[in-house]
Design a binder for this molecule. Structure first.
Ligand code: NAD
Ligand code: MG
Length: 381
């Protein structure tokens, strides 16, 4: 029956979400088999049937042939630039090779750059598109769950420098986002779960009904159910689109895009302490979500039961949910010192996204260090 269902779903029409920003308007298309049909979907929105695909060496053998077929079917002229997979490709040296290859191939101002891959490829190719010839048309074809629900929507592009992550970048909105949920079939389970953490986050920030949906269907999403995945991607993208539309360039200090950092103050501290690459970003955020709610409960903002619901759901989908699961000795003071170095902090005060309940997040710029330390100690630090 699952095969019959999948076959039926493959014919379910893709759904479209329209973003109308002051700088650009574009559609996020979510559905099955979009990569194969990329030429037909992109022809109406691109100025020219010429494109350079940027992808990574892991994604290329899996999904590049379908994309090139789809482009060729609509008479697109295309070529490909392949970078090594992984976060280390988000650096100046790789950016330089991408730009060199774009220019060596004689790119024109109306030719498009198509990012095929996860957030790494999207951020890198997007930054190359934003800067080459002062801006080329750009398309996102995100192939990880994280990039489908988070990095491909919103227009942030960039690379890392030796001073930190994402410190060199630009806002560059795509002409279209094609989130092909069929691409998730080849994604390792661990990556799928990590992306799911950002989906749960969306519900926890501003949509209690969506969090309740996650409690019911999260298992199906990480279990590979295509219909559940498409629904989750659609709802999480709609949420992010709404937040981005409200605060295109992250200028609102407290609400707007700042709320997307729920779970991230703890998460970034864990990533910094354990060394980037030990925990996936989404795994660190998963633990951070529970800690942000437990901190909110400790401060009397939400009920302890809300916090436990968050931790229970994160654990239920197989994500790390609590610090003790990391089997590492962590010092509360060291974690707090990482938080103070976080670039989002101002005047050395601890900023957190806290919640008055599920779906009711807000930014608090002056959280008492003692409360954070006490919580971390209770969690075993
Ligand atoms: P990623 O791009 O490194 O992808 C994870 C791994 O999965 C890679 O090894 C990749 O080769 C592989 N992969 C990708 N698609 C696959 C598929 N369909 N099948 C099998 N393997 C596949 O990581 P990510 O989690 O997608 O993105 C993380 C990056 O996104 C970080 O650099 C982060 O800073 C950035 N990010 C950007 C924004 C933004 O707004 N621009 C938001 C969130 C995150
Ligand atoms: Mg994140």
């Amino acid at each position: 029956t699952t095969q019959v269902l999948d076959a039926l779903l493959a014919h379910r029409p893709p759904r479209r979400l329209s973003l109308a920003l002051s700088s650009a308007s574009y559609d996020v298309v979510v559905g099955e088999g979009l990569i194969e049909r990329a030429g037909a979907l992109l022809a109406p929105v691109l100025p020219q049937k010429r494109a350079v695909v940027v992808t990574d060496a892991t994604v290329a053998p899996l999904h590049l042939p379908a994309l090139l077929r789809g482009l060729e079917a609509c008479a697109f002229e295309s070529r490909t630039i392949t970078v090594p997979p992984g976060e280390t490709s988000k650096k100046l040296a790789t950016y330089e090779t991408v730009v060199d290859q774009l220019l060596e191939g004689g790119i024109e101002r109306r030719s498009a750059v198509i990012a095929l891959g996860g957030g790494v490829v999207g951020d890198l190719a997007g930054f190359a598109a934003a800067t080459t010839l002062r801006g080329l048309p750009f398309v996102q074809v995100p192939t990880t769950l994280l990039s489908q629900v988070d990095s491909s929507v919103g227009g942030k592009t960039g690379i890392n420098t030796r001073h930190g992550k994402n410190l060199l970048g630009a806002f560059h909105q795509p002409h279209m986002v094609l989130a092909d949920t069929g691409a998730l079939a080849t994604l390792p389970l661990r990556e799928l779960r990590a992306g799911y953490a950002e989906i749960v986050k969306a519900g926890l920030i501003g949509d209690a009904a969506f969090f309740a949906w996650c409690e019911q269907h999260g298992g199906a999403v990480v279990g590979g159910n295509r219909a559940a995945q498409a629904d989750a991607v659609m709802r999480a993208c709609a949420f992010k689109a709404q937040v981005v539309g409200d605060d295109e360039r992250e200028e609102k200090p407290n609400d707007g895009r700042a709320l997307l950092n729920l779970g991230h103050t703890f998460g970034h501290a864990l990533e910094a302490e354990l060394g980037y690459g030990t925990l996936l970003h989404g795994e660190a955020v998963a633990i951070g979500l529970g800690l942000a709610f437990r901190l909110s409960a400790r401060l009397g903002l939400c009920s302890g039961e809300d916090a436990e619901r968050v931790v229970r759901h994160v654990a239920a989908v197989g994500l790390p949910a609590e610090l003790h699961q990391l089997n590492r000795r962590l010092s509360a003071e060291t974690l707090v010192s990482h938080m103070r170095r976080d670039k989002k902090m101002r005047d050395g005060r601890l900023t957190f996204v806290l919640a008055r309940g599920i779906g009711r997040a807000f930014t608090e710029r002056d959280v008492a260090t003692e409360a954070v330390v006490a919580l971390l100690r209770e969690e075993g630090c």
